[in-house]
Design a protein around this ligand. Sequence first.
Ligand code: ZN
Length: 262
Amino acid sequence: MKRKFKYVPSNIDMKSLYNKLTIEHKEFPEIKVFEQLEDKNDISCHIMPNGRYIIYLKNDSNMTNCLLDTLKNPNCKCYPAFPHEYHNIDGRNICKWITCAIVISNILRTRCPQILFTKYEDAFNFTGQGLLLLPDFYSDIDMFNALAHELRHEWQYFTHPEWKEDYVMVNSEKDIPAYYNHISEIDAEAFARKLTSIVYGVDALNVDLQNGENLSAILDRAEEINILISDGFCQTNDDFLMTEDMLGYLRSILLCDFEAFE
Ligand SMILES: [Zn+2]
C-alpha cells in the first residue's frame, strides 16, 4: 500500500488536552497531534499488530472535543500503524505516565510536550519540537526518573537557552564522557533523581545508573535544586514547589505497582 502523506507533528503545549483526558478516562490509547492528517481527516485510528492503536488528531481548536467524542463513540477511519510506532504500553499505563507528566511539568512550571511511546532503547526529548519519547520496557521507577529527566530538558530549553549552545551529541563512544559531563545532562539527572527520591521514598541519588555518568557532579547539582513540599512561594529560579496534594496524587497513581513507601 502506498502512503506518501507527510505527517508534521505539532509543536504545542499538551497540558490542557491531557488534563481533560485524564479527568474523564482512567485509560486511553496513545495520542499524537499533527498539523494535518491523511485524507483530510480530523481524527484517525492507527492499529499496531498487537491490537493496540494510536489516535492521530489534527491540530485545531476543536481537537479535544473531537477526541473525547470519538473515545465515547469510536467511528473514525483506521490505518495500519507505522513499524517505528509499535510499542507495548497498555492504556492504563499510558494514562499513568501522562498524568505524571502533567504533574511534573506543573512542578517545573513548564509546558508539557507530546508524550510518545517507543520500543527503542532510550528516552528522548526533541527539545523545542514538543515531542518526548519514552521506551516501553523500563521499570516503573526508571520510567518515572526518565520522564522527570526529559521534562527537565523542556524546562532548560526555556530557562537556560545558553546551555544548548555547546550541547554534546553522541555520535560515537568517545563522545560519551563529554555528554555526561555537560551541564544540561547533569542538571536533568540531578532534578530527576531528586524528584524520584521524594516520590518513591527511596534514595535514588546515590545509584549510579549509567556507565559514564558523573555521579559527584550530579550530587553537587542536586544540592542546588530545591524541591519543596509546600504551598508557599519560590525564592529562586532553582526552587520548585510540590504541594502535599501533588505528592499524594503522584503516589496514588504509582502506588498500585510500588509498595515501598514509608
Ligand atoms: Zn538528557
